[in-house]
Structure formats: C-alpha cells, structure tokens
Design a protein around this ligand. Structure first.
Ligand SMILES: Cc1cc2nc3c(=O)[nH]c(=O)nc-3n(C[C@H](O)[C@H](O)[C@H](O)COP(=O)(O)O)c2cc1C
Length: 319
C-alpha cells in the first residue's frame, strides 16, 4: 500500500467506523460481504500493548484477507511504542495505520491517550511524524471536532497534515458531548477547505443516503452505531424479512466462533443477536434465549424460531 492510498480510493470513501467491542474481524467480514467496496478499521489497540505484549495483541488484531483494505487503529502517547506498533501492523499486512485521537473514555483520557491528545498538539504531531516516517503505509488520524467546540479544528487539521498524515477523519461531535447530540458538520466542511489531505466525516449517519447528504463535499464517511445489528446499512437496503437476514447473521456467528472459539464467540455474539432482532415482531420473547446461546446450533435454532414467529405474525395480521 502506498501513501496516496486515501487519495486514490474511489469517492465517496465509505467505511465501517472503528468501534471497540464491535468492529472485530468477524463483524468487518460480514460488512464487507454486504458491500465489498467499503474500508474497515480495527478496534482501537494499545501501542504500548503491541510494544510490550506483542503476541497477545497480534492475536486480537488478526484479520482475514477478505477484509482488505483493513486499517489498524492504535492509541497511546509514547513515540517508541507507536513505532513498534506501526512495524507490527505493517508486518501483519494491514493497509494503513490510524491513530486514535478521539476516544473520550475516562480511563483513556486519564492516561492522556485518545482525545486527550487534542490538548497536547506537540505530542500529537510527534506521534504522527514518528509513525509516518517509520512506515511505507498511509497514516491517518481519527479525532473529534475538539474539546468543547470545534474552534481549533482547522488549526489542528493543518498541524496534522504538516506532521505527515495522509487522511483525517472527524467525528463531528466534541469531547464534552461525545455521542448523543446532533453532529456539527459545518466545522468539518471548513476543515476540508483548509487542507489538501482527504477528510472523512463521521457521526450520526444512519444510512448511505444520509452519508451522501452530510458528506457530499467531503471525501467520504464512516458509519458506526447504525451498523449494529445492521451490516446491510452498507448495502443501502435491508432484506425485508428476518428470514432473509439469517444467512448473514449465521455467517457473522461462524466467523466469530472461528476467530475466538466457541466460549468467547458465544458470549460476544449475544449482544449482536439482540441488535439483529430489534424491532422484529415477536422477537422480544426470544431475548432470554439469545442472551444465553452457547453454540452455533443454539443460534440457528433461535433464529429459525424467530423467523417462524415473524411468519406467524405476518399471516395473522393479514387475516
Ligand atoms: C461502542 C463504541 C466503541 C467505539 N470504539 C472506538 C474505537 O475503538 N476507536 C475510535 O476511533 N472510535 C471509536 N468509537 C467512535 C466511533 O468510531 C464513531 O466515531 C462514533 O460512534 C460516531 O459515529 P456514529 O454516530 O456513526 O456511531 C466507538 C463508538 C462506540 C459507540
């Protein structure tokens, strides 16, 4: 992969946003299956972890060739561990390195990682420069509008570009209002006008059509939470009937079991299953079963029963 990867991708660039606990290899694979043109990003991974406990973290970062181009996202604050982490990710075959400068989690901010780097621009730029000069891969930064406002976004974006980043993704909310408020894209448009590296928008996008509407003047957009239980968000259309969604859900479970084994896989798939059945008539009564699945056959049985319940509701609503 070359440094101009982000410049060369067809527009608009559409991606699955990095999400800890969600955007693992299994979920990235099903999203790619739904829309092979998307870019995906790993869950954020500690640069210190990759430096000090390389093997364990490499296991967490492992991906399948069908996910490419997949970008590894790292977080931290130490130049030397960022350099090791970058080399590990490059050797693993990732298509790019993304630096997390947006995570608002208390533990992360307390350690001066994630969005805390917005308060330490010198260090933020040193990290970008260290990563960019130690890899042939494209380097991107994902951040927020700012701490309490987007007042310094353009200055920060210019500094990020000058430090050697090849793309910047902006989650159009601040640190102080992390997820629930409406995104403010005006600030992101102003940044796009001020820099020459690609700018990707993110935040509050619930469909491809909305992504095109919000980010038409940008280089693309990432979708996050709207993909929970809904990888079809990347296809533009969701199969009408639950029965027709089952093959992808089954596939998701299989990939997860394959990657993490039955014990962890069965526990991690539960939250996804609950998201997949949200809004399906009659599915409420299967919540307990879905929250306790232990095997692929438990999952298949529950999904089949939910499809039969949906059929029943449909037949009876037309009588
Ligand atoms: C559960 C969860 C985990 C997240 N983990 C990460 C992460 O690891 N790295 C990151 O850059 N952003 C992370 N984010 C932020 C998302 O990438 C995205 O910026 C945010 O959810 C806004 O996009 P959305 O409104 O489409 O969800 C996470 C968000 C959620 C909800």
């Amino acid at each position: 992969m070359t440094k101009d990867f982000w410049k060369q991708l067809p527009r608009p660039i559409i991606g699955l946003a990095p999400m800890d606990g969600y955007s693992d290899s299994a979920f990235r694979r099903v999203c790619k299956q739904v829309n092979p043109a998307i870019v995906t990003v790993t869950e954020f991974t500690s640069a210190d972890g990759l430096h000090f406990s390389t093997t364990a973290l490499m296991r967490k970062l492992a991906f399948h060739a069908s996910e490419q181009p997949v970008i590894a996202q790292i977080f931290g604050k130490r130049v030397e561990t960022f350099i090791t982490a970058t080399k590990v990710c490059e050797d693993m075959g990732f298509s790019g390195i993304d630096i997390n400068m947006g995570c608002p989690a208390k533990k992360v901010v307390r350690s001066e990682h994630g969005v805390a780097l917005r308060k330490n621009r010198d260090l933020a730029c040193q990290l970008i420069e260290a990563v960019a000069t130690n890899t042939r891969l494209p380097v991107s930064v994902k951040t927020r509008l700012g701490w309490t406002s987007g007042d310094d976004l353009v200055d920060f974006g210019v500094a990020v570009q000058n430090a050697g980043a090849d793309m910047i993704c902006i989650h159009a909310r601040t640190y102080q209002e992390p997820y629930k408020v409406a995104p403010q894209y005006d600030r992101v448009y102003a940044l796009k006008k001020a820099i020459t590296i690609p700018v990707i928008g993110n935040g509050g996008i619930e469909s491809l059509a909305q992504g095109h509407a919000y980010c038409g003047d940008l280089d693309g957009f990432y979708i996050g939470q709207a993909s929970f239980g809904n990888p079809w968000v990347f296809a533009g259309e969701k199969p009408q009937r639950f029965r027709d969604r089952i093959p992808i859900i089954d596939q998701h479970a299989q990939y997860l079991f394959e990657a993490k084994g039955g014990y962890v896989g069965s526990r991690e798939i539960r939250k996804h299953l609950l998201a997949y059945v949200k809004g399906i008539p009659g599915a409420r009564s299967f919540k307990a079963a879905l929250s306790q699945v232990e095997s692929l056959s438990d999952i298949q049985t529950a999904l089949r029963q939910i499809a039969e319940t949906e059929d029943y509701y449909e037949t009876h609503s037309t009588l």
